[in-house]
Write a protein that binds this ligand. Structure first.
Ligand SMILES: Cc1ncc(COP(=O)(O)O)c(C=O)c1O
Length: 394
């Protein structure tokens, strides 16, 4: 089934007596009775479908999880309270324990980097940060450190470097490591990491899947062999998504493919246009032929190159970036991405604030770099706003 059709129909209620609702309700029940005690027993054990206590699962969340499984090609999913909660669950799902090594892509989202470098390190896990765009470096790190797992973002934040999921999964499995893919930027519209060999996939639902800046959430998806552990981990860590948020995330998901088509098309047009604008030193977009991994982008992302564009202001300093942000009238200067409105972020000030400046600059995240999430507005309005702000900043 096309993802356009699956997004509209997956997770739709099938039962009901005598009428079947077209959309799931926001089911706020914390506890659920069963026909008899023996049935409740099997439900609590996870051996029969049904609900018992909402930290174990609930109907609105189940509808969202079923839809996400259909889009992602996963056997099991659990919706979590945020993308970061999903990252915690995904890491624990690998069996990570004190004494283990965890490989982390060095260009990961700042909070993922910080989680590994602080909390996990304190708990006795050894994080090693690797260049996930370099298969030779990855192979060497896997062979040397024999990690429990590797966590990567196939489209990195904010420089939009690519990690080849299929090749990386193969390498991980050769060395007995599990591959976790944070596919928040890609969404199932652009990439299905499980089909390419990844073991565990996660998304921040807050971004493209929710899509409207009104819901915070995350999801962990995997094959059947992880189902029992994923269920028990989320029960024990207790960070499931609230049913109100699950309803909103599912409502957002219904239009994900439509929105992604527009995000990708606007981002590609804006990226090409930016390369010819005065005051721009560099444009980072996998769809540009000059992108260092453009060939991989064409292979790995055949449907579109994503809705994110990063660019360096030629002035290359904070004062110019702040003037640029303040001059925008349409594009929202906010600390998020993936919404219907175009959004812009200054990594040095927000997403990558936690990194020491020298380390940040060494990664290529300079003082003049901004990250645009192309919205679904009319392209000419986005360009006009950016042009006005570039003029004000120069
Ligand atoms: C790639 C990526 N993963 C995870 C997260 C965390 O998501 P949340 O803010 O929903 O916890 C973010 C947030 O920006 C992100 O960009």
């Amino acid at each position: 089934m096309s993802i356009f059709t699956a997004a509209v129909h997956a997770g739709r209620p099938e039962g009901g007596d005598p009428s079947i609702p077209s959309v799931p309700g926001i089911d706020l029940a914390v506890s659920f009775r069963a026909a008899d005690a023996a049935t409740l027993h099997t439900i609590l054990a996870g051996e029969a479908p049904g609900f018992s206590y909402s930290r174990y699962g609930s109907p609105t969340n189940a509808a969202l999880e079923a839809a996400l499984c259909a889009l992602e090609g996963a056997a099991t999913a659990r919706a979590c309270a945020s993308g970061m909660a999903a990252i915690h669950v995904a890491l624990l799902l690998t069996g990570l324990e004190a004494g283990d090594t965890l490989l982390v892509a060095q260009e990961s989202y700042g909070a993922t980097f910080a989680l590994a470098d602080t909390v996990l390190r304190r708990l006795g896990v050894r994080p090693i940060f690797v260049d996930a765009t370099d298969q030779a470096a990855l192979g060497a790190a896997l062979a040397e450190h024999q990690p429990r797992a590797l966590i990567v973002e196939p489209i990195s934040n904010p420089l939009l470097h690519l990690c080849d999921v299929e090749a990386t999964a193969r390498l991980c499995h050769e060395h007995g490591a599990q591959l976790i893919v944070d596919a928040t930027f890609a969404t199932p519209y652009l990439l299905r990491p499980l089909a390419q060999g990844a073991d565990i996939v996660l998304h921040s639902l807050t971004k493209y899947i929710g899509g409207h800046d009104d819901v915070l959430g995350g999801v962990v998806l995997a094959s059947e062999r992880y189902a029992a552990d994923l269920r028990s981990l989320t029960i024990l860590t207790g960070g499931l998504l609230d049913p109100h948020a699950a309803y909103l995330a599912l409502r957002g998901l219904r239009t994900l493919p439509l929105r992604m088509r527009e995000h990708c098309s606007n981002a590609a047009e804006v990226a090409a246009w930016l390369t010819a604008q005065p005051g721009i030193a560099a444009v980072h977009y996998p769809g540009l032929p000059a992108h260092p991994q453009h060939d991989l982008a064409r292979r790995m992302l055949p449907v579109g190159f994503g809705g994110m564009v990063a660019f360096d202001l030629a002035a290359g300093n904070e004062a110019a970036v702040l003037r640029f942000l303040d001059a925008l009238r349409l594009v929202l200067p906010v600390t998020t991405l993936g919404g219907v409105a175009s959004q812009i972020l200054y990594p040095a000030m927000s997403s990558h604030r936690a990194l020491p400046p020298d380390h940040r600059r060494a990664l290529g995240i300079g003082d003049g770099l901004v990250r645009l999430s192309a919205g679904i507005e009319d392209l000419s309005d986005i360009k006009a706003d950016l042009a006005g702000a570039l003029a004000a900043a120069s």
